[in-house]
Design a protein around this ligand. Structure first.
Ligand code: ADP
Ligand code: MG
Length: 462
C-alpha cells in the first residue's frame, strides 16, 4: 500500500485530507491546518507545530486519530512526534528540540535495539514545575543535583509519592536542565533516563542476545542515571541484581543517581534488602498531594503557558474539586480550553460547571477493585476467592481476565495495584489478561456485548 505514496509530500497531502474528513471544519482549521510535515522516516512521522501548546493538545486529544490515520495510509505502524517550529522557540527550547529531534532521527548502532533512547519530554522542566509546600524539598534537591551531579550529599536522590504528583516531571526536569546547560551535548550516553520497566525489558533482551556485557557497560558510562518508578522492579530478581551492580559501580565513581518510587524505600515490596538499604544512603524525600493554593497556582501556570488567563473563580472551582492528582487537574483544564477554543467562547464559571460537573460527581463515587470482583463473581456464579486464586480452569481464568480488564477501565488503580489485589500477581500478568480481553472483544461480537453490559452494570451500581 505504501508504494502509492511516492514521496512524503504526497503522503502528507493525503494525510491532511483524511483528517479533514474525520473532524469538524472548526477543529480542522484550528488544530490541523497549521501543521507542517517535518520528516517522515521509516516508522516515525515528525510534525512541526507552531507553538508548544499545539503538541500538548494534539497529544491529549488527537494522538490516536493521527496514529491510526498515518498507519492506515502507510500500511505500517507509525509513531507521531511533534517539534515546535524553529522560529518560535526560545534558545532553551530550541536546544531541547534540536536535541530531541537529532536523537530521535539518529539511531546509534552500538546501542541497537537494546538500549534506551532518551525519552525526555521538553515540557517537563524546572520552570514549568510549580513549587509549594508539598514538593519544595524534592524540587530543591533535584535542582541541586542537576547543577552539581554527584557532588552533593544527595546520592542517590530518592523521590517518592503517589500517582500524578510530579515524580516523572521532576526527574525529567533534571535531564532537561542538564542537557540545556550544554554539559550533555557532546556525549548523550552521559545522561540516561529510563523507566524501571524499560530497564527490565532491555535487560531481558540483552540476555536473549547474549549482550549483557554491552548492556551493563552502557549504564555504567552514565554521568547521571535517572530511573523512574523503581517499584516495578518487584520480584524481578536478576534485573535487581544487575541494577545493584550498576548502582554500586556508578556510586563508587561519584556519578549521580536519582530514583523515583511510589512509596518510601522501606515499604517497597519484592525488592532485595541490599537494594533498599542503598536507596537510603543519600537523600530520601517525598512529594505530597498539593495544597489548595498550589493546585490553583498549577492551573494558572498551565493556562498561562497556553496563552490563556484563567479567572480566579474558575481555578478555585477546579482546584476545590480535584484534590489528589495533578494529572487530573491538568486534564480538566485542557477540556475547558479545548471546549472554549472549538466553540470560540470564553471560559466562564457556568461553562466549567457544565463541562466538568459530571466528571467531578463521578470521581467522588469511586468504583473499587473489590466491588468489581464481587460483581464478576456474582455474574459468573464463582466465589471471589476462586477469581483471585490460582485456578486455571477456563471459566475461572476468563472471569478473572474480565475482572482485571474492568478494574483497569473503571478504576484509577495502577496495573501494579490491580495485580496485588488479584492474589499478588505481577503487573505484566495484568497486562496480558487485558490484552486477551481486548483481542476477544475485537473478534467476538457477543463477547464485546457482554463486556459492555458488565461495564454498564458496574457503573450503574455506583
Ligand atoms: P507521576 O510521575 O508522579 O505520576 P507526573 O510527573 O507524570 O506524575 O505528573 C503528572 C502531570 O502533572 C504532568 O503533566 C506534570 O507536568 C504535572 N505536574 C505534576 N506536578 C506538577 C507541578 N508541581 N507543577 C506543574 N505541573 C505538575
Ligand atoms: Mg511517573
Amino acid at each position: 500500500m505504501n508504494s502509492i505514496y511516492i514521496d512524503k509530500y504526497m503522503f502528507w497531502n493525503a494525510f491532511l485530507k483524511a483528517l479533514e474528513e474525520r473532524v469538524s471544519v472548526h477543529s480542522f482549521n484550528t488544530w490541523f491546518k497549521p501543521l507542517v510535515l517535518h520528516d517522515l522516516s521509516n516508522d516515525v512521522l515528525t510534525v512541526s507545530v507552531p507553538q508548544q501548546y499545539y503538541s500538548s493538545w494534539l497529544e491529549e486529544h488527537y494522538l490516536s486519530l493521527l496514529n491510526s490515520t498515518a498507519t492506515n495510509l502507510l500500511g505500517r505502524n507509525i509513531l507521531i512526534r511533534f517539534v515546535v517550529s524553529a522560529q518560535e522557540n526560545t534558545p532553551e527550547e530550541q536546544q531541547l528540540t534540536d536535541h530531541v529531534t537529532t536523537h530521535e532521527s539518529s539511531s546509534s548502532p552500538h546501542h541497537d535495539s537494546l538500549l534506551e533512547e532518551l525519552n525526555i519530554n521538553p515540557r517537563f522542566t524546572f520552570n514549568t514545575f510549580v513549587v509549594g509546600h508539598s514538593n519544595q524539598f524534592a524540587y530543591a534537591a533535584s535542582k541541586a543535583v542537576a547543577d552539581a551531579p554527584g557532588l552533593t550529599a544527595f546520592n542517590p536522590l530518592v523521590i517518592y509519592g503517589g500517582v500524578g504528583l510530579g515524580k516523572t516531571h521532576i526527574l525529567q526536569a533534571i535531564a532537561n536542565s542538564y542537557i540545556s546547560s550544554g554539559k550533555a551535548s557532546n556525549d548523550r550516553g552521559k545522561i540516561i533516563f529510563v523507566s524501571s520497566e524499560k530497564f527490565t525489558m532491555d535487560f531481558i533482551l540483552s540476555i536473549q542476545k547474549n549482550q549483557t556485557a554491552q548492556y551493563s557497560q552502557y549504564y555504567r558510562a552514565a554521568n547521571i542515571l535517572l530511573v523512574d518508578d523503581i517499584q516495578f522492579f518487584n520480584n524481578k530478581e536478576r534485573t535487581q541484581e544487575e541494577f545493584f551492580h550498576i548502582f554500586n559501580d556508578l556510586h563508587q565513581k561519584g556519578k549521580q543517581i536519582v530514583l523515583t518510587m511510589d512509596c518510601p524505600p522501606s515499604h517497597l515490596k519484592g525488592l532485595a534488602d541490599r537494594l533498599i538499604n542503598r536507596f537510603q544512603w543519600g537523600l530520601v524525600t517525598d512529594i505530597q498531594p498539593p495544597d489548595f493554593e498550589t493546585r490553583v497556582a498549577i492551573l494558572k501556570k498551565k493556562a498561562e503557558n497556553d496563552g490563556v488567563e484563567l479567572d480566579n473563580a474558575i481555578a478555585d472551582f477546579i482546584a476545590s474539586n480535584i484534590t489528589a492528582n495533578i494529572r487530573e487537574l491538568e486534564g480538566s483544564l485542557i477540556r475547558l480550553l479545548a471546549y472554549s477554543s472549538l466553540h470560540g467562547t470564553d471560559i466562564s464559571l457556568q461553562m466549567a460547571s457544565d463541562i466538568l460537573g459530571d466528571t467531578f460527581r463521578k470521581t467522588s463515587r469511586t468504583i473499587s477493585i473489590e466491588s468489581i470482583q464481587k460483581l464478576i463473581s456474582h455474574h459468573f456464579s464463582l466465589s471471589p476467592d476462586l477469581i483471585i486464586g490460582e485456578s486455571r480452569r477456563k471459566e475461572v481464568a476468563n472471569a478473572r481476565h474480565i475482572a482485571m480488564y474492568l478494574c483497569k477501565q473503571l478504576t484509577s488503580s495502577s496495573l501494579k495495584t490491580i495485580g496485588l489485589n488479584f492474589g499478588n500477581r505481577d503487573h505484566s500478568t495484568v497486562i496480558h489478561s487485558i490484552h486477551l480481553v481486548e483481542k476477544k472483544m475485537n473478534s467476538e461480537p457477543a463477547f464485546l456485548k457482554l463486556i459492555q453490559d458488565l461495564t454498564n452494570q458496574t457503573k450503574n451500581a455506583f
